[in-house]
Write a protein that binds this ligand. Sequence first.
Ligand code: HEM
Ligand code: NAG
Ligand code: NAG
Ligand code: NAG
Length: 221
Amino acid sequence: MRWSFGARVVATVASLVAGVQAADSFSFRDSDTGFLFQQYNAAYKIGTTIAYRVALPSQINATYPVVVQIAAPVEVGWAGLAWGGSMINNPLMACWANGASSTISSRYTVGHSQPPVYTGAQYEIIKAGTYTNRTHWKVTAKCTGCTSYTGASNRAVTLNANGNNRFAFAYSSTKPSNPGSNTTNFPVHEVTNYWNHDFNAAKNPDFSALLEKNGLKGDSN
Ligand code: HEM
Ligand SMILES: *[C@@H]1O[C@H](CO)[C@@H](O)[C@H](O)[C@H]1NC(C)=O
Ligand SMILES: *[C@@H]1O[C@H](CO)[C@@H](O)[C@H](O)[C@H]1NC(C)=O
Ligand SMILES: *[C@@H]1O[C@H](CO)[C@@H](O)[C@H](O)[C@H]1NC(C)=O
């Protein structure tokens, strides 16, 4: 009896540990910009992925900025990131190729339809990581307003800088009608999915210096 009681305790502890979601992301050092990212490879069809990357400062406050990077095969018409892990009630980042460059558009929606422009998040393009070549398009930006926002039922949300955050992505094979404009309409996705992105392992002690190296203003804290 004693033995079986002990076994039950062990089983309970094991299930509590299993309740903590493991991260789906891994470390990646980007040679274009120098940032150390956490990366997730989002499969949009069998054997083919879009890379979603996030880098954080090591000093965190209530409204901390991040650097975000997406790298996709040129066949990807547009790719989206939902910062709160669902289509509705969180900042959306929609991206696509645009000639030799690429475009980021900030959106937010309360319904499952064309997401309107969102001014609560600002993306400052990092040029060295924003281009289209023969095989891929890539976007890189500092985002202010992606990690804190007003969510469903007017709830104030701040993403967890010390653990994992649930993200969602969307993929379409069709380009927006006007790829040079970040306010263009774009067609509905063909694939969406979710993952756990590790923010704690995405911290860069040299975040401010890396911003400056990439032509942006350094951060004060
Ligand atoms: C950055 C852009 C977008 C992202 C990240 C995104 C993400 C998602 C995700 C994750 C879902 C699953 C349900 C949920 O978690 O809320 C979803 C559903 C849906 N989305 Fe989007 N979406 C985007 C843009 C669009 C656009 C442009 C349209 C239409 C023009 C659209 C139409 C829909 C519809 C109709 C559904 C419901 C269908 C279903 O769940 O079966 N979305 N979206
Ligand atoms: C479009 O780009 C401009 C210039 O970079 C920026 O000020 C604006 O916020 C962007 N709009 C969207 C919807 O991303
Ligand atoms: C094109 O860009 C991708 C994404 O950054 C990179 O992995 C690839 O090496 C580049 N290809 C060439 C030919 O430069
Ligand atoms: C939060 O920290 C960032 C740098 O990590 C800085 O740019 C920003 O001004 C800080 N915001 C506040 C409200 O202190």
